[in-house]
Write a protein that binds this ligand. Structure first.
Ligand code: SF4
Length: 346
């Protein structure tokens, strides 16, 4: 799919936009002042494949904590700040990106200070518009619509551009998929800044992943989106896994994909349990590979011939196959080992 043309914005060692690979990000659920817990969570996220991480900064203690956090992690760190310009001035010294809406900072002088500091440290700013916290005058004029989100983002952009600041990333999120998607589509015709995309307050791991996949997926298929966050009410590691899976599913990223049949009356194995085991045992694989888990030996290998390697269930056995061709038959308790053996050969 053809990506929307955007300017490139550097976030630490990464670039967002301008044809740079689409990155997956997440946000810590720890209190940022709890440095150990925050570093631990970031390391877990990193391990899961998270490429950019955001933390909230609610007071000066938390802003100062960013220094130590940054020293102990290796992915770019983003400070999420609401309203208080002093927190932005302190945070900018330690992080790779600020998320702050200039229109909410207060007087022009305060905005100018933050922008000058961001320029000095060469730190980009993400303007993050949320439908739930739009400015009153914008709601009055446009209602709670996608147009209102786009207008709000344009207002914040104008403030930055008037201060000669273009190192900007934009997001416009609602918990409603259609309004989120429409806002990004609208903005894609108006500016060339890279987009951080996602559906906010999407819900639990189950409903939130569905909503996010539809929203983020629709935009990515349009070529819109330069970095993604799946926002879930669960351990943020799941957000990262879901984000990676979305990119894999659209062939934007080539990684490990699991395909599995739904099972039917022909299923001869604990298909749900086996699929979960295969998913866990291969979670560490970063290289592109398609792994199939099929319920029966009659149709499984043939139906999954596109898979590089797979297993099909037989009574008390597993049939290991490659590109639809049977390689060997192994006892039930040896399936995972045999499958990993075949994967290693690849
Ligand atoms: S692969 Fe076998 S078990 Fe799975 S859905 Fe097809 S026929 Fe049923």
């Amino acid at each position: 799919m053809k990506r929307r043309k955007t300017r490139g914005v550097k976030v630490g060692k990464l670039k967002i936009g301008s044809n740079a690979p689409i990155t997956v990000q997440s946000m810590c659920t720890t209190h940022t002042r709890d440095i150990n817990a925050t570093v631990r969570q970031i390391q877990e996220l990193e391990e899961a494949g998270c490429e950019i991480v955001r933390v909230s900064v609610s007071d000066m203690d938390e802003a100062k904590s960013l220094k130590k956090i940054k020293e102990n992690i290796s992915i770019p760190l983003v400070a999420d700040i609401h309203f208080d310009y002093r927190l932005a001035l302190e945070s900018v010294k330690y992080v790779d990106k600020l998320r702050i809406n200039p229109g909410n900072i207060g007087s022009n002088d305060k905005v100018k200070l933050v922008v000058e500091q961001a320029k000095d440290y060469n730190i980009p700013i993400r303007i993050g518009v949320n439908l739930g916290s739009l400015e009153k005058e914008i709601i009055k004029k446009f209602g709670l619509t996608s147009k209102a989100m786009a207008e709000s983002a344009l207002k914040h952009i104008k403030i930055l551009e008037e201060l000669d600041f273009y190192n900007t990333i934009i997001s416009m999120k609602a918990s409603d998929i259609k309004r989120t998607v429409d806002a990004y589509r609208m903005m894609a015709t108006k500016v060339d800044y890279p987009f951080h995309i996602g559906v906010t307050e999407a819900g639990t791991a189950y409903t939130g992943t569905i909503k996010s996949s539809i929203g983020i997926g629709s935009l990515l298929l349009d070529g819109i989106g330069d970095t993604i966050r799946v926002s879930l009410t669960t351990n943020p590691v799941d957000e990262v896994r879901a984000g990676i899976e979305i990119l894999n599913s659209l062939n934007i990223r080539k990684g490990r994909t699991i395909i599995s049949c739904p099972g039917c009356g022909r299923t001869e194995i604990d298909l749900i349990g086996l699929t979960k085991s295969v998913e866990q045992a291969t979670a560490h694989i970063k290289k592109p590979i398609k792994i199939a888990v099929m319920g029966c030996a009659v149709n499984g290998p043939g139906e999954a011939k596109e898979a590089d390697v797979g297993v099909a269930g037989a009574k008390n056995f597993g049939i290991i196959f490659r590109k639809g061709k049977v390689v060997k038959k192994v006892k039930k308790d040896k399936i995972i080992k045999a499958l990993l053996g075949e994967i290693n050969k690849l």
